[in-house]
Design a protein around this ligand. Structure first.
Ligand SMILES: Nc1ccn([C@@H]2O[C@H](COP(=O)(O)O)[C@@H](O)[C@H]2O)c(=O)n1
Length: 270
């Protein structure tokens, strides 16, 4: 194998030869043909640290002093109901779709009742347990140095996500973020969320179709796609011209090894 890390026991591939071919195709295409599309929560950010789960963008707000105890309990109850549904390998994406809209909408309604102040977000992120994945400095800096565009396509909260990467010192100009952005009134108080709601299972062309992004980088027909859910597989659907796509998925949570191997790995196409 060209990359020693791929021989680790934690790396699973259905067809290592196909992976090798894809890596060679990406390598020979060079940096000018490459673009990277990545999920954020639990992909660029860490799932766990020292045995504790790290927060998602939403969890950072949920755990903060920006919201009341009552609201925190309600958001936690929502998480406990909907997160198992989000990752349930026995439900189809069609079944999960309306449930995810329900979860995001209920959470947004609760958050908008809290008079959250825009200028408190940076401090809340600073005080949180948010962490980027091991090796993030090299990953972000190499893409930046080689001027390879990185699209972060996230169903989290754009304002929080940006703050995490800014505070980590890696918010380089080659990064574009598509996510749920908070809408603040003239006093800097949260009153809603902008644009179409993005949840785990609509991260596709339905969200990206009106944006010029993929058109601007249409010659970059080699894609590295990184995610952690089956919903992330459609993040490259709007790419103008596709020659090669290497999909990397992180298995974060308790899905049985067998389910992962039989269902999830083939879905990632490797
Ligand atoms: N109220 C909510 C809603 C969603 N989440 C989690 O956020 C993740 C966001 O998505 P990425 O696209 O960046 O992976 C999603 O997987 C949900 O589990 C939440 O914590 N609270």
């Amino acid at each position: 194998m060209i990359i020693p890390e791929l021989s680790k026991s934690t790396v699973r591939m259905k067809d290592p030869e196909r992976v090798r071919e894809l890596i060679m195709a990406l390598q020979s295409g060079g940096e000018k043909k490459l673009q990277v599309i990545s999920d954020f929560d639990m992909t660029l950010s860490r799932f766990g640290h020292n045995g504790e789960r790290c927060p998602t963008c939403y969890n950072i707000i949920d755990n903060s002093k920006l919201i009341s105890e009552d609201c925190r309990k309600k958001l936690k109850d929502l998480f406990n109901i909907y997160y198992p549904l989000e990752i349930d390998p026995d439900r189809t994406i069609e079944e999960k779709f309306p449930l995810m809209i329900e979860w995001w909408s209920k959470a947004h309604t609760l958050l908008c009742e809290q008079n959250i102040q825009k200028d408190k977000l940076a401090q809340v992120v600073k005080e949180s347990q948010a962490m980027l994945r091991e090796g993030f400095e090299v990953f972000f800096a190499s893409l930046h140095r080689s001027e390879i565009p990185l699209l972060i396509f996230s169903a989290g909260i754009g304002d929080v996500l940006e703050e995490i990467i800014r505070q980590a010192g890696v918010f380089y100009p080659n990064i574009n973020v598509v996510s749920n952005y908070m809408d603040f009134d003239e006093n800097g108080i949260l009153v809603g969320f902008k644009g179409e709601l993005i949840h785990t299972y609509n991260k596709n062309n339905s969200i990206l179709r009106d944006r010029a992004y993929f058109q601007q980088i249409k010659d970059r027909s080699n894609i590295l796609l990184v995610g952690d859910t089956l919903g992330d597989l459609t993040m490259a659907d709007g790419v103008a011209k596709l020659d090669n796509i290497l999909r990397i998925g992180f298995l974060n949570d308790k899905i049985s090894g067998r389910t992962w191997f039989c269902r999830v790995i083939p879905s990632f196409g490797l």
